[in-house]
Design a protein around this ligand. Sequence first.
Ligand SMILES: O=P(O)(O)O[C@H]1O[C@H](CO)[C@@H](O)[C@H]1O
Ligand SMILES: O=c1cc[nH]c(=O)[nH]1
Length: 251
Amino acid sequence: MTQIHVHAQPGDVAPAVLLPGDPNRARHIAQTYLDGAREYTSHRQLLGFTGTYRGVPVSVQTTGMGCPSAAIVAEELARLGARTLIRVGTLGGATPRVAPADLVIATAAVPNDGTTRQLLGGAPYAPAADFDVVHAAVAAARTLEVPHHVGLVMTEDAFYASTPEHARTWASRGVLGFEMEASAIFLVAAMHGIRAGCLTACSNDIGDPQLVAPDVLAGGVDRMVRVALEAVVTLHGADSVTDRAAGPMSG
Ligand SMILES: O=P(O)(O)O[C@H]1O[C@H](CO)[C@@H](O)[C@H]1O
Ligand SMILES: O=c1cc[nH]c(=O)[nH]1
């Protein structure tokens, strides 16, 4: 059945989907990294493409900004047969340890957002990344020699509410940075029994809110995308053995 917002049908979307917030990043990933990329949706500028990377079917689907939009997209992708969702986003660094354009691989997202609160009815919950996705991403980062951090992020609704003090407080609790979609993607994936991960490139420092120079950030985004795609290849190989994540387009 055609999904209301993504405007796609079963068969349009690969089992593995990369999820950038920004439609221009989706197009860049499809054009730069995927073979035979086909645009399956542009509805609401939630651009979506499906192609292959090193022979493995992969989709790239824009989430838009924030948990309400990301939760809708994750829900509709799950209904379309997606089995692995990997956010490829940007984040504001909570600590100077996370340098401009550094890769952050999230293990879990502190849910400071309204969407997961509504989905959970106020129940306590820890939205976490799938272990296999984290493991495959860390292995890919090591193989590609991409400097990276692994740990907590915080998902928030109000981009301009973050202050240096807020960043210091949460950094003291292990949070590496702030972004706006991971908690909802992790929760929706868990509710469907599918796996999710979140990779981000640091676009700015909350303590010193300067945007990273565009060429520096573009380099970080490309490193993040290569790590995500190599992780997808690893997971696909493992799935071929275990048949864990058979979706409509799996081989
Ligand atoms: O670059 P993306 O993936 O959009 O991610 C980050 O950038 C946006 C805010 O500028 C939010 O969506 C946040 O999560
Ligand atoms: O949510 C976000 C994303 C990037 N940078 C921030 O400061 N916050």
